[in-house]
Ligand binder design. Structure first.
Ligand code: ZN
Length: 243
């Protein structure tokens, strides 16, 4: 089997602007994720960030990407519309997309899901989160226990303004009482999309083994398959059609 080519994209602003975040992710969130993925068999990993030319997502990089992971927060508005459109087209052609944490507010998430605001409740008090596995046979949950516990996280609460997911893999409970649909799958065209909630930048979420494991599982799940041939537009009949 050929290797899955993964591009780990990060806005990479908090780590440059906030000493506390830089202490947790000295090389950026993207490198914390990429270094874990690079250790997995069959994955070929590169990173890309907002401030690189074309946000690091040139036509060549996008053509050469099977699965793109996306972390953004402060600068969703700075992501160029033409790049977002290219990413959207690649997903429809079959590229996998994994949207992490505050990526729910990104242009690409909104365009692919048809949401306008990605609205939700939040509270940044560092409370306990328990992510319950709902679909225990799903490949994204492979190797996990009944739940994942994160000692301190930002809370995201329902109502989360998304279309009903194709599959709900995780539901979160928070210490403060709220719940949230934390692991949601969608199909768009030939592509697969997974939204995974944890990952607030002020906590070491992408150093937690189960979280990295879910991301690695999701990369494998979202990798393109060849699929069947499709045909569009007016076509001649296969059998002769009698008037
Ligand atoms: Zn956050």
């Amino acid at each position: 089997m050929s290797e899955i080519k993964v591009t780990v994209w990060n806005e990479y602003r908090h780590e440059k602007q906030n000493e506390h975040v830089a202490g947790i992710y000295p090389e950026g969130i993207h490198n914390a994720i990429a270094q874990h993925l690079a250790k997995q068999d069959g994955l070929q990993v590169r990173t890309a960030t907002l401030d690189e030319p074309d946000h690091g997502l040139t036509d060549e990089v996008l053509r050469d990407t099977d699965v793109l992971t996306w972390w953004g927060h402060l600068a969703h508005g700075e992501v160029r519309d033409d790049i977002v459109e290219k990413v959207r087209r690649r997903v429809l052609e079959g590229m996998g997309l994994i949207v992490l944490h505050s990526g729910h507010g990104s242009k690409i998430f909104e365009r692919l899901l048809g949401t306008q605001t990605g609205a939700l409740k939040w509270r940044d008090d560092g409370e306990k989160e328990r992510l319950w596995v709902i679909e225990h046979g799903h490949p994204i949950a492979d190797g996990l226990g009944e739940y994942i516990e994160i000692p301190k996280e930002e809370m995201y609460g329902e109502r989360f303004e998304i279309p009903a997911p194709d599959e709900l893999v995780f539901i979160s409970w928070f210490e403060g009482g709220e719940v949230f649909r934390s692991g949601c799958t969608y199909r768009r065209g030939k592509g697969k999309l997974f939204y995974f909630r944890p990952g607030h930048e002020t906590f070491p979420i992408y150093h937690q083994p189960e979280i990295l494991q879910v991301i690695a599982n999701a990369v494998r799940w979202a990798a393109p398959v060849q699929g069947a041939q499709a045909c569009y537009g007016r076509v001649a009949p296969i059998e002769s059609v009698r008037p």
